[in-house]
Design a protein around this ligand. Structure first.
Ligand code: ADP
Ligand code: 5GP
Length: 203
């Protein structure tokens, strides 16, 4: 009997962790090495940093525009993070998943919690895996936040205090990945994706 080919569904990979831990850096590396994985590009009200451009790292929108998108139900989840609003566009995520693409959402801890609730309530039928990125130590996190030079000392200190709180929720995630070296952290996430995709085939 010829085997019936299973319809391939996309996996939603939620990568979270404190600000400055290296989420964007590691996710960028993961995507560079795995062209079949799609990044969900969030909308944000924060201003672009040097080197960032609209539609690449984020869709940079005005607060009024963001509010309209919230009211229109355009976001899978959205949150206020460190004074700016960030949201994951629902339509793009759904469309990529339905085409069988695996999608990475890089969100803060509130965003990950919101996605978990939505999926558990079956408001979005999708297989998800939640990955929490942690720094090798708090000192290294402080060093990385300062090294990025994108925030002033006051904001860095605020983000560091927030990070210590955010690290308390890590046991709620499916996997914890230490971002020691970018390459190895990206490889660990790829290995997690492989395992989860195998499980999708079994279930
Ligand atoms: P996040 O997206 O979590 O806020 P970033 O990806 O912007 O964090 O990384 C914060 C800073 O740390 C950047 O300057 C980045 O180059 C650096 N960084 C990220 N991962 C590593 C790593 N494994 N080793 C050394 N520096 C890193
Ligand atoms: P940054 O301004 O440093 O790019 O991002 C600040 C924080 O917002 C990071 O922790 C990042 O992961 C998070 N973030 C980015 N996009 C989204 C999103 O769409 N939703 C939520 N909840 N957080 C996001």
């Amino acid at each position: 009997m010829p085997k019936r080919k299973r319809k391939r569904r996309g996996l939603l990979i939620v990568v979270s962790g404190p600000s400055g831990v290296g989420k964007s850096t590691v996710v960028r590396r993961l995507l560079r090495q795995n062209k079949n994985i799609t990044l969900s590009i969030s909308a944000t009200t924060r201003s672009p940093r040097p080197g960032e451009s609209d539609g690449q790292q984020y869709y940079f929108v005005l607060p009024e525009e963001f509010d309209k998108m919230v009211k229109a139900g355009d976001f899978l989840e959205w949150a206020k993070v460190h004074g700016s609003c960030y949201g994951t566009p629902l339509k793009a995520v759904k469309s990529a998943l339905s085409q069988g693409c695996d999608v990475v959402c890089e969100v803060d801890v509130q965003g990950a919690e919101a996605i978990k609730k939505i999926v558990e309530a079956r408001k979005l039928i999708v297989t998800t895996v939640f990955v929490f990125l942690i720094p090798p130590s708090v000192d290294i996190l402080a060093f990385r936040l300062k090294k990025r030079k994108t925030e002033n000392a006051q904001v860095v200190n605020y983000r560091l205090r927030a990070a210590i709180d955010e690290l308390q929720v890590m046991e709620k995630y499916d996997y914890i990945v230490v971002n020691d070296r970018v390459e190895s952290a990206a490889e660990k996430i790829k290995a997690i994706i492989n395992v989860e995709k195998e499980r999708m085939l079994i279930n």
